[in-house]
Design a protein around this ligand. Structure first.
Ligand code: SAM
Length: 321
């Protein structure tokens, strides 16, 4: 019996050498998108074969299973990929997501992939398609890679890998979109959008469906913000306390110490919106704020008392330290 190694970090370098060959046969069971199937797989398995000390961490070594072409297109549409985007496919397989993003959606990007043979295949395809200057492929381990250049990330990776990646992806620049085939982030970061599609030629799973999910990295806005209302609105001092769990916000506010309702509080990447509804006021006379977060400041425009925005409706709040 080979030793069981619990840490993915310890097993990765060994697993890397044997994972693709040894796991190819189990790919179908592995990537069937059901929580039940994922959970039923043992965490670590000793591998019989050429490398006597080889141990594969089945939770973190995602086998190569290509995303069907129609799913690739739908993922890129869901993420709204366009000419301004830089896409990174994490575990890029034969390169199809990056190649499609570049050739059909006008983006630039690169794939990172642990298997050099798949990297070679991807690079050859990019050259043949005449897009090698905009679609690049790097032999890299996803656990050691830098994704900071991306405006869009695509993933088709096992649940455990998704969980390990969640903190790193959540720390990317606000506004970065992440699109995943079949597997979610950590449970408390639900997708902004999810859709299920019928995929008759899907190579894995019995039900021939794929689930596509989209997240946008939210700016971190938890804390206490304050600002002054314009003189025309009484010049009161607003304090807004925000609690945040990824893109889910809740807020409490006061104007000059008097509680006011906060409604419609939301964050989309760097864009924060909310409405203050002073008690007893006509609902049309509420204050609506819409701004971009930049570190400890948020600034934008506001609709005060239901009036159309003017130059005086600029608004800026500061986070209290
Ligand atoms: C399910 S396939 C997805 C391929 C491609 N993204 C697609 O959707 O068609 C996952 C890929 O991740 C690669 N992979 C697995 N572990 C990796 C690691 N630690 N670093 C980089 N790539 C890895 C595999 O070799 C495989 O090609």
């Amino acid at each position: 019996m080979k030793p069981i190694i619990a840490s993915y970090r310890l097993t990765r370098s060994v697993a890397r050498r044997v994972a693709l060959a040894t796991l190819a046969a189990s790919a179908i069971a592995w990537l069937a998108p059901s929580a039940a199937s994922a959970q039923s797989v043992p965490a670590v398995t000793a591998v019989k074969g050429a490398e006597s000390s080889a141990v594969v961490d089945e939770d973190t070594d995602t086998p190569y299973v290509p995303t069907p072409a129609e799913v690739v297109e739908r993922m890129l549409q869901l993420a709204g990929v366009g000419a301004k985007d830089y896409l990174i496919d994490i575990g890029s397989g034969d390169g199809r997501i990056v190649l499609t993003a570049v050739a059909k959606f006008g983006a630039r990007g690169h794939g990172i992939e642990i298997d050099p043979r798949l990297i070679k295949r991807s690079q050859d395809a990019a050259r043949k398609m005449g897009i090698a200057d905009r679609a690049q492929f790097l032999t890299q381990d996803l656990f050691d890679s830098d994704f900071s250049k991306a405006t869009v990330i695509s993933v088709y990776l096992l649940p455990k890998v998704m969980q390990l990646l969640t903190p790193k992806l959540a720390a990317l620049a606000p506004g970065t979109r992440i699109v995943s085939h079949d597997y979610a982030m950590l449970a408390d970061w639900g997708p902004d959008l999810a859709l299920r599609m019928y995929v008759p030629n899907k190579p894995v799973g019995r039900d021939k469906h794929s689930t596509l999910m989209l997240w946008t990295v939210p700016a971190p806005v938890a804390g206490r913000w304050n600002f002054q209302l314009p003189k025309a609105q009484g010049g009161g001092r607003v304090e807004l306390a925000i609690a945040q769990a990824y893109q889910v916000l809740s807020g409490k506010a006061t104007i000059d110490g008097q509680p006011v309702d906060v409604t419609g509080l939301r964050i989309d990447g760097e864009r924060m919106r909310f409405t203050l509804e002073p008690p007893g006021k006509d609902a049309r006379l509420r204050h609506e704020f819409d701004g971009l977060v930049s570190g400890e400041r948020v600034s934008g425009s506001a609709v005060f008392d239901g009036q159309p925005p003017t130059a005086a409706s600029r608004w800026e709040a500061q986070r209290l330290r």
